[in-house]
Design a binder for this molecule. Structure first.
Ligand SMILES: *[C@@H]1O[C@H](CO)[C@@H](O)[C@H](O)[C@H]1NC(C)=O
Ligand SMILES: *[C@@H]1O[C@H](CO)[C@@H](O)[C@H](O)[C@H]1NC(C)=O
Ligand SMILES: *[C@@H]1O[C@H](CO)[C@@H](O)[C@H](O)[C@H]1NC(C)=O
Ligand SMILES: *[C@@H]1O[C@H](CO)[C@@H](O)[C@H](O)[C@H]1NC(C)=O
Ligand SMILES: *[C@@H]1O[C@H](CO)[C@@H](O)[C@H](O)[C@H]1NC(C)=O
Length: 393
């Protein structure tokens, strides 16, 4: 391709952006679609469509290999060089070799890669090269390995322009701890400084090895952690200076601890407007939920679906409410707690009485002696009296 050709493509792309007549999605005739199969080139074996079409309200050059039965990525090193959107989903890939897109930097317009649902287990550190202009990468529904020998922390290191990373259910099932370690290594080793959206839903995340796991993503706006098993934040949000939405739907929060409430308020203090979504968590209708309810009434954090939040008591959902008669923790309202407390207090009381008696023993002795004396006398008198009567008999 000469310079003029490249310029022509660029002008076309720009013109297409200006004329967003993307209203009719079914404007492709059968003939166009047949042509689109051939247009991909011989490596694609007529299994894909390559055409300029309406994608996300813009005319873009799309290569679409959906459920096309490929078991390796060979065709991807022969992508038409005007490709802007690559959809390569529903195939069977297992392992991505080095240089998926070939060794030449021949895809100057590539902006979006969707490689979800390909049963990918391993992505080599050198798989993705020449992707420095890609803005969105989707790897949902794969089986990425958590085995340190097969997970390569530098997988995303070449995506220097990445704005959105989708990793919904992207990892194999395994220990949450291993996933935490893998994520940590990936974010520390990749240079995702531009990233604004991160999707990590449905990954069974219950903890993060390093609370600063997201701190290498300084531009993050939206963090999606829905459908995981988090019970608290477990990660530092104070380093996410731009965070505007935190999705925590359907996790395992039974309450929200004071520490997390303060952390969210701290963001507001830095003039950040932040929204959070706790919908679908198994909140417990109990005293422990009160701090969260009180917080919601006064915080400037926007709690999405606040009015639809539910709490659970004996398995039944209730509209969220503040539990009354919550005594401080020491006076725990459970019967067992009360018994323990009573026992404890009795011991203390007995101890105190003993101590008092010991300390005041001399005074007490003085006070008690006369009483004892008089009692003794009375006893004597009585016995004498009894003796007298006997004598009288
Ligand atoms: C684009 O592809 C054509 C062949 O289809 C090739 O001749 C040209 O060199 C390529 N351009 C770039 C920039 O790689
Ligand atoms: C890609 O192809 C699949 C089936 O071949 C089709 O259902 C889907 O709508 C296509 N996607 C786009 C963005 O054209
Ligand atoms: C990360 O990317 C920036 C530019 O976006 C670059 O200046 C920096 O050197 C990169 N760092 C690493 C460790 O690759
Ligand atoms: C959280 O991040 C902030 C800002 O980067 C840092 O000052 C703080 O020490 C971090 N907290 C923890 C517990 O690592
Ligand atoms: C927050 O914004 C207000 C006005 O919107 C401004 O007066 C204040 O200085 C800002 N505070 C910080 C910490 O940036």
């Amino acid at each position: 391709m000469n310079k003029f050709h490249a310029m022509f493509l660029l002008i076309c792309a720009t013109t297409a952006d200006l004329y967003n007549d993307c209203n009719d999605p079914n404007w492709h005739s059968l003939e166009t679609l047949e042509n689109a199969k051939v247009e991909c080139g011989p490596s694609f074996e007529n299994r894909c469509y390559c055409l300029r079409t309406c994608y996300e309200n813009r005319h873009q050059y799309v290569v679409n290999c959906t459920n096309s039965g490929f078991s390796d990525v060979t065709p991807l090193s022969h992508l038409p060089n005007e490709t802007q959107v690559l959809i390569f989903t529903g195939n069977y890939l297992e392992e991505l070799p080095w240089n998926v897109f070939g060794t030449l930097d021949s895809l100057p317009y590539l902006r979006m890669i969707d490689m979800s649902n390909n049963r990918i287990r391993e992505i080599r550190g050198k798989s993705y090269h020449h992707v420095q202009r890609v803005e969105r990468l989707i790897l949902d529904f794969n089986e990425l390995s958590l085995d340190p020998a097969r997970s390569h922390p530098r997988v995303f290191s070449n995506f220097v322009s990445l704005l959105e990373l989708h990793l919904t259910d992207a990892f194999e099932d395994g220990l949450s701890r291993d996933l935490a370690a893998t994520l940590h290594d990936i974010f520390v080793n990749s240079n995702l400084t531009q990233l604004i959206k991160l999707h990590l839903e449905q990954n069974e995340i219950s903890e993060f090895r390093d609370s600063n796991v997201f701190c290498d993503l300084p531009n993050l706006l939206d963090l999606y952690l829905g459908d995981n098993t988090l019970t608290a934040l477990h990660f530092n949000i104070s380093c996410l200076h731009k965070l505007r939405f935190l999705d925590l739907q359907r996790n395992k929060f039974t309450k929200v601890v004071e520490h997390d409430l303060q952390a969210m308020d701290a963001l507001i203090k830095h003039n950040q407007s932040i929204a959070i979504d706790f919908t679908g968590n198994p909140l417990e209708c109990s005293c422990k939920l009160n701090p969260f309810i009180k917080w919601m009434k006064k915080t400037k954090v926007f709690v999405r679906n606040k009015d639809n939040l539910m709490c659970y008591k004996n398995g039944t959902p209730h509209e969220i409410y503040e539990t009354k008669n919550c005594t401080p923790r020491l006076f725990s309202p459970t019967p067992r707690g009360a018994t323990v407390l009573l026992f404890f207090l009795s011991i203390v009381l007995i101890g105190l009485v003993c101590a008092l008696i010991y300390v005041q023993r001399t005074k007490l002795q003085k006070k008690i002696e006369p009483i004892l004396d008089s009692m003794n006398k009375r006893v004597r008198y009585t016995s004498i009296a009894v003796g007298d009567t006997r004598e009288d008999l």
